[in-house]
Design a protein around this ligand. Structure first.
Ligand code: ATP
Ligand code: ATP
Length: 152
């Protein structure tokens, strides 16, 4: 029966999209570039427990880098480095995908690429003016695997 569930879940991948399984932007733990990495902020980052943290400049829709928790390993909190400084030293691939990307394609991407978290976005077309991208969430391999495993 478990095999059948997994098979059904895998089939569901063809209809579902990134937006159906992603973590919504408001729930994403992010850091501002100017954040100083002192004892307090490092403790909070570790407490959150995420491995990959989007880093933004000015506002949360302007993600500029990814911080990996392991990048903090050798940071001395007394040096008061900013997130920006660490991100310039440890550069990780930042990937954006459209939120309506089918999960099957997203899964292929994760399998092929060397990254495990993508930033989801959509195009907003205002009544007047130019269309622009808006960030809507993050998606990881784990979100897709869960979708496959939990199908009924
Ligand atoms: P890993 O398991 O590789 O150590 P992780 O536990 O940080 O990484 P994942 O296992 O990839 O993250 O994903 C677990 C869930 O957490 C997923 O639903 C994913 O969307 C979500 N997630 C990942 N990073 C963040 C983040 N920075 N803020 C909020 N949610 C996140
Ligand atoms: P990932 O897990 O994302 O593949 P990594 O562990 O391979 O990262 P990092 O240690 O995160 O690599 O390094 C990120 C960047 O910092 C790289 O561009 C690398 O060239 C640079 N870097 C790492 N160590 C040094 C060093 N000792 N001197 C100068 N640059 C370095």
């Amino acid at each position: 029966a478990d095999d059948l569930k997994i098979a059904m879940g895998a089939m569901g991948l063809s209809e579902k999209k990134v937006s159906n399984v992603m973590t919504k932007i408001d729930d994403v733990f992010m850091l501002q570039e100017d954040t100083v990495l002192n004892t307090k902020t490092v403790a909070e980052i570790l407490h959150r427990g995420y491995t990959r943290i989007p880093v933004y400049e000015d506002d949360r829709h302007n993600v500029t880098a990814l911080l990996f928790v392991k990048d903090l390993a050798l940071i001395n909190p007394d040096d008061n480095f900013t997130v920006r400084t660490v991100c310039r030293y440890h550069v990780h691939q930042l990937r954006f995908v459209m939120e309506d990307t089918p999960l099957r394609i997203m899964l292929e991407e994760f399998k092929r690429g060397d990254y495990h978290l993508a930033i989801a976005q959509k195009i907003v077309q205002p009544e007047e003016g130019d269309p622009f991208y808006e960030l809507t969430g993050v998606v990881t391999l784990e979100d897709i695997v869960e979708e496959i495993l939990q199908a009924e």
